[in-house]
Design a protein around this ligand. Sequence first.
Ligand SMILES: *Cc1c(COP(=O)(O)O)cnc(C)c1O
Length: 386
Amino acid sequence: MDNGDLDPGTILAHDGRHPYDAVVPPIVQTSLFTFASYQEALRTFAGEEKRSIYSRVGNPTVAEFECRVAALEGAETARGFASGMAAISGAVLANVSAGERIVAVRHLYPDTYRLFETLLPRFGIRTDYVDGGDLAAVAAALPGARLLYLESPTSWVFETQDLAAIGALARRHDVLTIIDNSWATPLLQQPLRHGIDLVVHTASKYLSGHSDTVAGVVAGSTERIARLDAGVIPYLGAKLSPFDAWLLVRGLRTLEVRLRAHEQRALVVARWLAGRPEVIRVRHPALDGRVDGRQLLGSSGLFSFELRDGLSVERFVDALRLFRLGVSWGGHESLVFPAEITLRQAGGPNSARAFGVSPRTIRLHVGLETVADLLADLQRAMAASA
Ligand SMILES: *Cc1c(COP(=O)(O)O)cnc(C)c1O
């Protein structure tokens, strides 16, 4: 696909030429690719010829997805993974060694936090957490670190980081930067343009958009992605499958229109909640003034709020009919999830601090239902919570 200087929406809707002049790329559902000759195999394995060998390391349908994400992120290349966590653990493990230190922003996506707190320490890798909004704190933590891991906005509390300032700081200390850009998608935030080194996404959320795929992706320069190719992808073996890649290519076509609809509906819902007496505070990057048109170009459909003391989170959640109770987000359907359950899962006295939420925090994903129906649903649940 040659994207030249096309607008992101055009890249996703438009398509190149495929076999049989089909408008949709085929699903190349094969495990291996055969060679015409000994010499061709030899050249391929020596790296002199680029072609598919085995779908654990590369596949043409997966490449269709990868090249679209790379174009959207302004990256030279990208790699699809079997999940967002596979993308995150792959990007991290390709770049840290025993005895090295990671600096991460606080309030990470819970399974990323657990990766840093449970698996990595077994290999002698330690993580320090900082308030990513405090540049002095970030600067103080960086000397001697190998990697700075960002998530902007963060899960649950939606804190943001100044990517250009942080990227410059990290470069000064020769620290590699990785950001989880799942909430904003490359349509609303392009971290590489602000000096961040690698972007990771769960593709299970907005990139898919239909709650039917678990997948992930890492985007960056050819050189940085080559480190993943050489160091982790063949051995961790968590490559994206051709069928999931095909679903993602299909999901991406409507990313721009879906995201606009999520944004508009979520803003109406968030403002409505902010005006309710039952609600103490709403955490939404646009309401918090974080959509600056420079780094963050808009907002998506995920945010959280806190219910006043004395009201029942359980009765509120159970009274909802359209907002269904479940993890994940980014699909067509509206979802609710109470922080209390996440905190219980996480366990330990530090979990509330780690995720930055009180047990009265409730996360909403505003889907593609009509907003009047969603407000009526919330209104009923507010009454039930009393
Ligand atoms: C869901 C999620 C992930 C993990 O992605 P999976 O595809 O579920 O492995 C990572 N980061 C964020 C912000 C997420 O919401």
